[in-house]
Design a protein around this ligand. Structure first.
Ligand code: URA
Length: 240
């Protein structure tokens, strides 16, 4: 996206916009090797090399945080060799110019809360096991797991040679054929929730992530998203 040169310089940490304007007027700024002194010039930092005092600047885009209600049938990778729909296609046409990526994955057949951002540092924080940021899922499982089986999952079970960390579980609905259980975990192993319920003999029929930390998906319709702010990020980080 094209932006005023002084704005780009300021965001790169060169100083205030006024300082950046001063640098431009002093002939200290170049675009693709050519010194520019024109104050009104607009450039796309993705397509041009902008240098200050002969050194390339590092343009950081404005950080953006998006909470999407991922429908089933979408992949959380940024491209798919099999041509299946990718989650970022759901943002098309909304005027989001930043290149965002999903924070962690959700299976093709899992729906629900998916955070997308261009903030690599925050993504790492959320995903790094040491910060123990929780994720809560509503799992519809076959039959009626016993109190004992649910207790085993809560304490941690052996899964592929490694014990799962303690989890929180709450039965939400029970019928003769299925049970809906809310499960909160802070690990992110591949298909972990599905494997945990399969291990106690009650495979998952449907799975939906309903919260990151204390940030709930709420009534956001499937396939829709909203841009979230600092308060919501704090709710995610508070959820350990
Ligand atoms: N656990 C799973 O099994 N699948 C997901 O998509 C997320 C967590």
């Amino acid at each position: 996206m094209k932006e005023r040169l002084q704005k780009i310089l300021a965001r790169s940490g060169a100083g205030s916009r006024r300082t950046a304007e001063q640098y431009i007027s002093e002939g200290r700024v170049s675009i693709n090797g050519k010194v520019v002194t024109d104050m009104g010039i607009k450039v796309d930092p993705a397509d041009h090399e902008i240098c200050l005092n002969g050194k390339p600047i590092h343009c950081s885009e404005e950080k953006i945080y998006i909470l999407l209600n991922k429908p089933t049938g979408y992949v959380t990778t940024l491209s798919d060799p099999q041509g299946r729909p990718i989650v970022t296609s759901l943002l098309a046409g909304a005027g989001i110019s930043q290149r965002v990526f999903p924070v962690g994955r959700l299976d093709l057949d899992t729906e629900g809360a998916l955070l997308l951002t261009n903030d690599g540092e925050l993504a790492q924080h959320i995903l790094h096991p040491s910060f123990e940021i929780t994720k809560t899922y509503a799992a519809k499982v076959t039959g009626r797991p016993s109190v004992d089986a649910i207790g085993r999952l809560a304490q941690g079970i052996e899964l592929e040679g490694r014990r799962t960390s303690p989890a929180k579980l709450k039965v939400i609905r029970e019928t003769a054929r299925f049970t809906v259980i809310e499960i909160t975990i802070h690990e992110g192993r591949k298909r972990q929730v599905r494997k945990m319920f399969a291990a106690i003999g009650h495979p998952v029929l449907e799975l939906k992530r309903i919260a990151y930390g204390r940030l709930k998906l709420g009534s956001l319709p499937s396939g829709k998203f909203k841009i979230i702010g600092k308060k919501d990020i704090e709710k995610i980080l508070a959820g350990n």
